[in-house]
Design a protein around this ligand. Structure first.
Ligand code: K2U
Ligand code: ZN
Length: 171
């Protein structure tokens, strides 16, 4: 299980580098990130969130959490102007949820966990999640789209959440 960076940690603002070769190290990181994502009850996780600054995203939108997906060096192209709001959360901004508007349909071009290139049209939750994760690789958090008042409240909420969790762990 890898530690997940929490907002407003500046390392979350790092721009991720492209992956050159999908070697054994990358495959180990993929396995570790998938385990970390399941443990944290997330449906997506970007390498940035575990302080590894490479263009790697893992995701599992399935019911029984048994079909993980890997996106390496992903490129996203919005296919429609139409945007829709979605109540987003983030494993790096625990206990904060708010509405974010994003294009409803995007094209994804990426490499899979074996390094093979693929292309996919995404709508619905996959479109929301891949754009949320892509933001992480570009040092962007969903709270950046909210008002400064909401960002202040988010910082306070995360601080309180982490303090409470610390106390809990000390017992
Ligand atoms: O922190 C992350 O990047 C993982 C997010 C991905 C996500 C954010 C917004 C909308 C969809 C996915 C976590 O999975 S947040 C927890 C969660 C779980 C189920 C549905 C939505 C959010
Ligand atoms: Zn997130």
């Amino acid at each position: 299980i890898l530690p997940i960076l929490s907002y407003p940690d500046p390392r979350l603002r790092t721009i991720a580098e492209p992956v050159k070769t999908v070697d054994a190290d990358i495959k180990q990181l993929i396995a570790d990130m998938i385990e970390t994502m399941y443990d944290a009850k997330g449906i997506g996780l970007a390498a940035t969130q575990v302080d590894r600054h490479i263009q790697l995203i893992v995701m599992d939108l399935s019911e029984n959490n048994d079909s993980p997906r890997v996106f390496i060096n992903p490129k996203i192209t919005p296919l429609v102007e139409d945007k829709k709001p979605y109540e987003e959360g983030c494993l790096s901004v625990p206990d904060v949820y708010d509405s974010v508007e994003r294009p409803v349909k995007v094209k994804i071009e990426a490499l899979d966990g074996e390094g093979n290139a693929f292309e996919e049209i995404a709508e619905g939750l996959l479109a929301v999640c891949i754009q949320h994760e892509m933001d992480h690789l570009n040092g962007v958090l969903f709270v950046d789209y909210l008002s400064s008042l909401k960002q202040t409240r988010a910082r306070d909420k995360v601080r309180k959440y982490l303090k409470a969790r610390e106390k809990q762990l000390e017992k």
